[in-house]
Design a protein around this ligand. Sequence first.
Ligand SMILES: [Zn+2]
Length: 208
Amino acid sequence: MSNDRAATALPLIACRECDLLQHEIALPPHAEALCLRCGAQLYRQTLHGPDTTLAFTLASVLLFLLANFFPLVRLELQGNQTTSTLFGAVTTLASQDLLSVALLVFSTTIVVPAIEMAAMLYLLLPRRLGVTVPGRALTFRLIELLRPWGMIEVFMLGVLVSVVKMATFSSVVPGVALWSFGALMLTLAAAAHFFNPRDLWQKMAIHD
Ligand SMILES: [Zn+2]
């Protein structure tokens, strides 16, 4: 009877995959709680999650700026040299009647990653500085909503395939932006891995 009472005092959590309601328990660092029925991850405990995410997000912002303001590749054909930035590639696509492709590249490789990084900084920087900012729940939802639409890795794959194909008939020199994009892919993946909304939300609630 007393065990039942203790169990009912624990908060309930629903599995996001199968909706099974389970009691939430405290976890040791780096451990994860799995659903009893389907084995999906319910939540995990990270030790320095918000600070590690902030470090990777700041690194991503720097790499994103390099990736946008420096040339992606330099082409040399019959003595002529030409370079292109990411935005230059978007405007070229738009000028060649490929407006839908240009919009897709612009939104998935520039707009969405920029908003996602700004949203992460909006949550993580004030928390680090001990400041409370409005609209945090909305920002959490925005990050969840945007994440599937950031497709830097797809773009990177497309660029690499093009570079290999172009290398057969012209000299192709990878630019600073191409290396930055490669590194950005890794830092964004690391930031997403360490970003633990549940943990962050609880830490924010404690400081409010
Ligand atoms: Zn489940």
